[in-house]
Ligand binder design. Sequence first.
Ligand code: ZN
Length: 142
Amino acid sequence: MNAEELYQEIILRHLREPQNKRDCPTCLQRQHEHNPVCGDDVLLMIKLADGRIEDIYFLGQGCAISQASASMLTQIIKDKTIEEAWQLAKKMRELMDGQSSDSALGELQALGSVTKYPTRIKCVLLPWQALQKILLPLRHNA
Ligand code: ZN
């Protein structure tokens, strides 16, 4: 299996079995993002405890890339501190800007293969944009 096939397999796995995809009424931090280009919707929901992301869920619909990205995001961000989560979002943005990938991103590196299709970069970053909007005011209060 070459890298390209492996990356596709990771993305397909998250599509078949999305992680943490359900409503979370106790998650007070909620952010919805919409991508008009392919009609992607992502609602990101976070519950904080002691400066950590205790729970993180999403709901959404749209293209495979946006939904797989949201599923992967919830998996890697759970239990991270606000600052750790912020740094991962930054690394994700750098990856999609075509900068070198960081091993801290784990499976998320699979989404870097999308940079060949510039219109899909927005799809990958949609849930990360929601995360950054939630984290930004929290960071400044910390
Ligand atoms: Zn999309």
